[in-house]
Design a protein around this ligand. Structure first.
Ligand code: NAD
Ligand code: UDP
Length: 311
């Protein structure tokens, strides 16, 4: 059955892939975005579809519409961008959640929150399970994002407990792929752009910190499966690829795969930069029957092919 679905942050990197997939499945999609880090170009190819609608709106302001489901993705996700205006980042996470949960309550829609592995902070438990409460500095440079997302999770569970809103919390681990902005600032896009331009590859710190990188198509599959679970399943559920790499390994892989002449240079590590990150995905496997299918090399090849067309 055709559903009417609202995607906030739909003109961003992940949001644009999600909108595309939801439309391909025969749904009607309303994409809402203020274009802070997203752009119309990401969804330009969808505009001719009569079941797609694009609305400029800021989620810190109330918004009213009749839909069946809401995917709440609106929030800058790259440290450079979320630290540019940290107060606005907190407002986007917190007031955005209040506004979208209020809407979900009023129209009895199901609502999924794009939460993050950053709720675990610089984790003392490895790999991270959903039961781990995290190790977050509440007054550090990342707090605007981490604490904003943690508060959003608290809002979600309380709208569920107090008002029976049907919620789904998805904790997304580092995700990459085509349509990341060349100036996004996150590590995969930075390294690929630098490598393609034969510029220095900037490693922050000594490159021994780890991340587990997930290709965007796997994430979108996980998000849709989570949204389609019975109402008793609220999450949080980790969605990520457990393949863990050091940042130095990533740099070397990108140089090899692009045949670049770039040199690796080392720059200071930003404060509170997590040393390690790897999802435990047992819940996603058992509850959603989901696991990532695209491993780093294949995902990087697709992403490099995309960046060759834009840089
Ligand atoms: P992105 O920056 O490309 O997308 C975010 C989108 O939200 C952009 O289109 C932006 O313009 C929009 N937006 C920002 N503030 C807004 C506001 N106040 N009102 C309306 N729209 C607003 O980043 P992304 O990687 O696509 O991330 C999407 C979501 O997934 C975010 O909520 C992010 O926190 C979450 N997430 C992403 C990752 C990842 O690795 N990509 C990891 C964990 C969580
Ligand atoms: N990083 C890096 N060089 C860059 C961009 C990022 O070494 O040009 C590092 C960053 O310090 C962090 C890791 O790569 O340790 C992942 O950074 P990103 O901003 O992609 O995501 P997050 O830190 O939020 O996981």
């Amino acid at each position: 059955m055709k559903k009417k679905i609202l995607v906030t942050g739909g003109a961003g990197f992940i949001g644009s892939h999600l909108c595309e997939r939801l439309l391909n499945e025969g749904n009607e999609v309303i994409c809402l975005d203020n274009y802070f880090t997203g752009q119309k170009a990401n969804v330009a190819h969808l505009l001719s579809n009569p079941y797609f609608e694009l609305i400029r709106h800021d989620v810190t302001m109330p918004f009213f519409i009749e839909v069946d489901e809401i995917f709440n993705l609106a929030c800058p996700a790259s440290p450079v961008h979320y630290q540019y205006n940290p107060i606005k980042t907190i407002k986007t996470s917190v007031m955005g959640a209040v506004n979208m949960l209020g809407l979900a309550k009023r129209i009895q829609a199901k609502i999924l929150q794009a939460s993050t592995s950053e709720v675990y902070g610089d984790p003392l438990e490895h790999p991270q399970t959903e039961e781990y409460w995290g190790h977050v500095n509440p007054i550090g440079l990342r707090a605007c994002y981490d604490e904003g997302k943690r508060c959003a999770e608290a809002l979600f569970v309380n709208y569920h407990r107090q008002n029976n809103v049907r919620i789904k919390i998805m904790r997304i681990f580092n995700t990459y792929g085509p349509r990341m902005h060349p100036n996004d600032g996150r590590v995969v896009s930075n390294f690929i752009v630098q490598a393609l331009k034969n510029e220095d590859i900037t490693i922050y710190g000594d490159g021994s910190q780890t991340r587990s990188f997930q290709y965007v198509d796997d994430l979108v599959e996980g998000a849709i499966r989570l949204m389609n679970t019975p109402d008793t399943i609220t999450g949080p559920i980790n969605i990520g690829n457990p393949g863990e790499f050091t940042i130095l390994e990533l740099a070397q892989k990108v140089i090899d795969m692009t045949g670049s002449k770039s040199k690796i240079v080392f720059q200071p590590l930003p404060s509170d930069d997590p040393m390690q990150r790897q999802p435990n995905i047992e819940k996603a496997k058992s509850i959603l029957n989901w696991e990532p299918r695209i491993q780093l090399e294949e995902g990087l090849a697709r992403t490099i092919a995309f960046f060759k067309t834009v840089v």
